[in-house]
Design a protein around this ligand. Sequence first.
Ligand code: CAA
Length: 259
Amino acid sequence: MYEHLLLETKGQIAILKINNPKSLNALNIATMTELNECLTNIEANKDIRVVILTGEGSKAFVAGADIAEMAKLTAAEGRTMSLLGKTTFRRIETMPQVVIAAVNGYALGGGCELAMSCDIRVAADSAVFAQPECGLGIIPGFGGTQRLARLVGKGRAKELIFTCDRIDAQEAYRIGLVNKVVPQAELMDACMTMAEKLLSKSSYAISMAKACIETGMDTDLSSGLDLEATSIALTFSTHDKAEGMAAFLERRPANLTDF
Ligand code: CAA
């Protein structure tokens, strides 16, 4: 169905792989276009509640935007490419499903930016992160200057982007760039375990919490707290609120089904 992606579903979990292994899963425009289309379809699919995003092969998550393609782009085309990345990566942050990045190797440039757009990052111990753009005469163009600073702080983001230094998975964990580091062989199992844990919670509540966190990070505290108050009110009218609280009071497992 897709030329540059592999999509598999296991129950309510989608496993989506960037599939350009010959170029270490570099993101060319065709891949980005397919990724945007695929995410749009997943967003509308209420049977999918968690997405695990990874790269095909054992060497790379995504080694960045496609340098061979970018070398030929004009300034106007470069802007169009960046806006496609912006739209695609932003969709990950605004879709109701939880997206887990399973970082299985190099996450460089646009690859690190793609991982940063995901809700949760689980890294293989072999993963390597960097923003090498300033060494190529450009800057991060898929949100790196914005999301890296938000995730690890302005000082560390500037150092990583200016120096283009590569960091390993443990250092990425230490600075808060990834949530968890696991042995490479256990990466997909660890992500599946996390996905199944999320499925045992209310997907509707998780999607509301995600929206509050995403919007709240870009607004003042007072507006964010107002949004939270409105959002919790919405959850009070759901099946999952009635079921989750009844189950607690009756000392039985909850059957949470809203999405
Ligand atoms: N774009 C295009 N092709 C790439 C690529 C990329 N980002 N990364 C790797 N490849 C290709 C290589 O050209 C090579 O292709 P050939 O076999 O046809 O020669 C193939 O993938 C394997 O790569 P290497 O031989 O280089 O493998 P290696 O193990 O020696 O090195 C690597 C691996 C360290 C990841 C190295 O490939 C590398 O540094 N890649 C580029 C990383 C980079 O700079 N990414 C940032 C891109 S800029 C960006 O992303 C901009 C943005 O924000 C929008």
